[in-house]
Design a protein around this ligand. Structure first.
Ligand code: ADP
Ligand code: ZN
Length: 209
């Protein structure tokens, strides 16, 4: 399954819920890059500046990372992609990878929200520095201020969640990623879904799926 949608629509949160429900891993290229940056690996150093500005990481690097990740044992029965593909070229590469694994896309989920709502939500978002769990100070605040419920890690606001960067990410999304909706129309089962909260979106999806 592939999760599409602009930054800030809650792909990560919905993806976590789906992964739990179906017992398959959620693969987030954004999380992989953030982890590499935190650990200052060669990959992290390469992508740090780009992700900080909200620019996309080049396709060859991103595809190589996905290829390595989905070759792991836990992906044999399927997986949920969160934040990949983000360009037509990446989508074509994913098609090839899936073919090679004898898997096919069950569904492409397009989560959509109005732009003002996206900007409002992103400014309320906090991420766990340890396990990447996402909180929303309004809808899903942590039990204890600034601390992750799941692992006790410290919550922080991502650099790329500042308003200026968010606007840049949204315009990059419109240009490079939104065309994927057309790409998947007619090629896969495309499900469009919206909702007030991630929980509502998740529940609607479960009904449809
Ligand atoms: P978002 O909240 O924008 O969906 P992500 O956590 O998915 O953010 O990704 C964070 C950053 O990592 C992106 O702004 C981009 O720089 C990089 N990134 C993640 N996935 C991809 C991808 N598929 N292609 C290129 N760059 C990516
Ligand atoms: Zn945590």
């Amino acid at each position: 399954m592939v999760l599409l949608g602009a930054p800030g629509v809650g792909k990560g949160t919905v993806g976590d819920m789906l992964a739990e429900k179906f017992g398959i891993p959620k693969i987030s290229t954004g999380d992989i890059f953030r982890k590499a940056i935190a650990e200052k690996t060669p990959l992290g150093r390469k992508v740090n500046e780009l992700t900080g500005k909200g620019e996309l990481v080049p396709d060859d690097i991103t595809v190589a990372i996905v290829k390595e990740r989905i070759a792991k044992e836990d992906c044999k029965n399927g997986f949920i992609m969160d934040g990949f593909p983000r360009t037509i070229h990446q989508a074509e590469e994913l098609d090839k990878l899936l073919k090679g694994m004898n898997l096919r896309l069950d569904a492409v989920v397009n989560i959509f929200l109005p732009k003002e709502e996206i900007i409002r939500r992103i400014s309320l978002r906090r991420t766990c520095g340890n396990c990447s769990m996402i909180y929303n100070l309004n809808f899903s605040p942590p039990k204890k201020d600034g601390v992750c419920d799941k692992c006790g890690g410290l919550l922080y606001q991502r650099d790329d969640e500042k308003e200026e960067t968010v606007l840049n990410r949204l315009s990059i999304y419109e240009k490079q990623t939104a065309p994927l909706i057309k790409y998947y129309e007619g090629r896969s089962r495309l499900i469009n879904v919206t909702g007030e909260t991630s929980k509502e979106i998740f529940e609607r999806l479960i009904e449809i799926l």
